[in-house]
Design a protein around this ligand. Structure first.
Ligand code: DX5
Length: 221
């Protein structure tokens, strides 16, 4: 996998919200996407923000919406309206079959790409019904809800299996991604790395993002 094919996606959950716009501008020249972590206090314990906040962010970066919510279908329209590039919903929140296909259709018809996310304990088989139709698979490497947790390396096997079965799928990993764990993610087959703390807790955002990109060139395969 070439360096150019790895996308770096800062997650704003770890940004300083007093100066959110500045924080976004600090990563904009170096990042590929920007992740908006939407939490509803039900699907995950934590409560973060939604489209009414995200709509004020001014950026050229494509917005990647990670819906950690119990009812993703209720949130799709408002994120399409603010021009989301990608909307990811959780396999644990949406029933297999018809329900997922309807959501996928709504996202695609609204002009965005669609992703399905798996919590660390959820097997790949839980998304099997839709993996050939989604644009992205998000494999969580922490339990969603909070930034700054330790990377769970058990999930790497799942990434390897997904990469083997779907060579062209965008596979995103999120949680505990830093310069030490990024090579593991890339070796396993991930090509979109989400990082919150590692980027926003660094004084030099260019350097932090460059360090993640460098992992792609140093990883075999
Ligand atoms: C976890 C969020 C992540 C989180 C990652 O609930 O989905 O995006 O912000 O943060 P770090 O990189 O700090 O693990």
């Amino acid at each position: 996998m070439s360096n150019a094919s790895i996308l770096i996606t800062p997650s704003i959950l770890s940004a300083d919200f007093r100066i959110l716009q500045k924080e976004v501008e600090s990563v904009e020249p170096y990042a590929d996407w920007l992740q908006i972590d939407v939490m509803d206090g039900h699907f995950v314990q934590n409560l973060s923000f939604g489209a009414p906040v995200a709509k004020w962010i001014e950026t050229k970066l494509p917005l990647d919406i990670h819906l950690m919510v119990q009812n993703p279908r209720d949130r799709i329209r408002e994120f399409l309206e603010i021009g989301a590039k990608n909307i990811t919903f959780h396999a644990e929140a949406v029933g297999e079959g018809k329900e997922r296909k309807a959501l996928l259709k709504a996202i695609h018809e609204g002009g965005a790409t669609a992703g399905i996310a798996l919590n660390p304990e959820t097997p790949l088989s839980a998304a099997e019904d839709i993996l050939s139709e989604v644009d992205l698979l998000l494999v969580m490497s922490v339990h969603p809800g909070f930034g700054g947790q330790e990377f769970l390396s058990d999930v790497l096997q799942r990434v390897q299996a997904a990469r083997a079965a779907y060579p062209d799928l965008m596979i995103q990993m999120d949680g505990g991604v830093d310069a030490k764990t990024a090579p593991l993610c890339i070796q396993a087959g991930a090509n979109n790395l989400v990082a919150g703390s590692f980027i926003f807790r660094s004084q030099d955002r260019a350097e932090a993002i460059a360090a993640l990109r460098a992992c792609a060139t140093s990883s075999p395969g």
